[in-house]
Design a protein around this ligand. Structure first.
Ligand code: IMP
Ligand code: MG
Length: 180
């Protein structure tokens, strides 16, 4: 079994790129079908979703807009608390169909916050497409429209996902291995 070591931890290959690509082909076909003649705005949640977005959007052979957004965390000078602000949204989404592209939905809190932050900007509808989903960890109260691969509640890296900054560049996905 192929292994990689990042910082102090070792990970074992769990989802080869071929399986990722098959899942992306299926999601892309579903999205294309549901789009009809509409021109949606894809919002790619950085950093993790960059690789998923690049491979998925190549399979959408219809006109669409693509924008990249991110949550920037900084320590507030007033409250002293940590604040997370949505940055990079330079497209007017009022009245538009928005499709969020996310690498992984774990507890679901990140996308829940994003749904709230986008909802106040008046989109016609917001859909969610995630490459990976951890159903056993999910606490959200919303529907996930498109899921590539459901995974166990274990820590994974690769294909955009990182462990403390490393591992995003790998084309395959690796699972944390306690006994390696
Ligand atoms: P959530 O808010 O709990 O759904 O977590 C979402 C974010 O946590 C994802 O966008 C990832 O950046 C990160 N994350 C969750 N699970 C993993 C994992 O197994 N490996 C790496 N990052 C993860
Ligand atoms: Mg992420």
């Amino acid at each position: 079994m192929k292994k990689v070591t990042l910082h102090d931890k070792t990970f074992a290959l769990s989802i080869p790129n071929s399986e990722i690509q098959r899942a992306i082909d299926t999601v892309a076909a579903q999205i294309s079908k549901d789009m009809g003649t509409e021109v949606p705005v894809f919002l790619v949640l950085l950093n993790g979703a960059f690789m998923f977005a690049a491979d998925l959007l190549k399979q959408i052979e219809k006109p669409c807009e693509v924008s990249f957004i991110k949550y920037a965390s900084y320590v507030g000078t007033q409250s002293g608390g940590s604040v997370s602000e949505l940055i990079g949204l330079n497209t007017n989404i009022k009245g538009r169909t928005v499709i969020i592209l996310e690498d992984i939905i774990d507890t679901g809190l990140t996308v829940e916050k994003l749904l709230n932050d986008l909802g106040i900007k008046g989109p016609a509808q917001i859909k969610i497409a995630t490459l990976l989903y951890k159903p056993d960890a999910f606490k959200g109260n919303y529907k996930i429209d498109y899921v590539g691969i459901s995974v166990p509640n274990e820590f994974i890296v690769g294909y955009g996902l990182d462990y403390d900054g490393l591992g995003r560049n790998f084309k395959d996905i690796y699972t944390l291995c306690e006994t390696c």
